[in-house]
Ligand binder design. Structure first.
Ligand code: NYM
Ligand code: MG
Length: 216
């Protein structure tokens, strides 16, 4: 019998919500359980497009709003075939930020021509996650974790707008059926335990249903 496909898991949330920590813990946990698991993150700053994004985020470059949106999307498209390959080989792929961030951060700029619907278009056709874990953290807790850094977008006003747009996405958009809210105001261990359960259930469902990897 062919090996079942891997599961595509995404972590989303505001800056300082604990995504990177939880991604690493989940990958170790899955490997301990005997699964093949691979960690990825977006933006992937190692490619030429990723370097352009890094220059923009660090303030070294000014990039027009549509252009940077499309670069973030292109940065996902340049990894799409690899994600599909890993999943088809039976590896579970755990991604730190994906197109949900792409939609929310651009729409948060408030340009009326770039609402969530516009922002979604370049993402259509990407591998669609089986589960998107949204780590929900209050601004107070985020600030208490060392506050925001010096990168573009890491300001309270912007984070508040991003939070609202993520909420819109969870309530009204095609994304809503894939997103599960996780209370990330708790300890690392408590959050990790809930995540392990949620991911375990999704992996069982994927294995049982035989449902192929979908597309956005
Ligand atoms: N970001 C991330 C976007 O604006 N669009 C995207 O498509 C993605 C994936 O990049 N503040 C923003 C959100 C973050 C910033 O991400 C850098 P990180 O995870 O802090 O390296
Ligand atoms: Mg950050």
């Amino acid at each position: 019998m062919a090996r079942p496909r891997g599961t595509l898991i995404v972590f989303e949330g505001l800056d300082r919500s604990g995504k990177s920590t939880q991604c690493e813990r989940l990958v170790s946990h899955l490997r301990q359980e005997g699964h093949d698991a691979q960690h990825m993150r977006f933006p992937n700053r190692t490619t030429p497009i990723g370097q352009m994004i890094n220059n923009y985020l660090s303030g070294l470059a000014q990039t027009e709003d549509h252009v940077i949106h499309l670069l973030f999307s292109a940065n996902r498209w340049e990894s799409a075939a690899e994600i599909e390959r890993l999943i088809s080989e039976g590896t579970t792929v755990v991604i730190d930020r994906y197109y949900y961030s792409g939609m929310a951060y651009t729409a948060a700029k408030g340009n009326p021509d770039m609402d969530l619907n516009w922002c979604r278009h370049p993402e259509v056709g990407l591998p669609r996650p089986d589960l998107c874990l949204f780590l929900d953290v209050s601004t107070e807790v985020a600030m208490s974790r060392g506050g925001y850094g010096a990168e573009r977008y890491e300001k309270r006003e912007m984070q508040d707008r991003v939070r609202e747009l993520f909420r819109d996405m969870r309530d009204h958009h095609d994304e809503r059926s894939d997103i599960v809210l996780v209370d990330a105001n708790r300890s690392i261990e408590d959050v990790a335990a809930e995540i392990n359960d949620l991911v375990g259930l999704t992996m069982q469902q994927v294995a049982k249903s035989g449902q192929p990897l979908r597309k956005v």
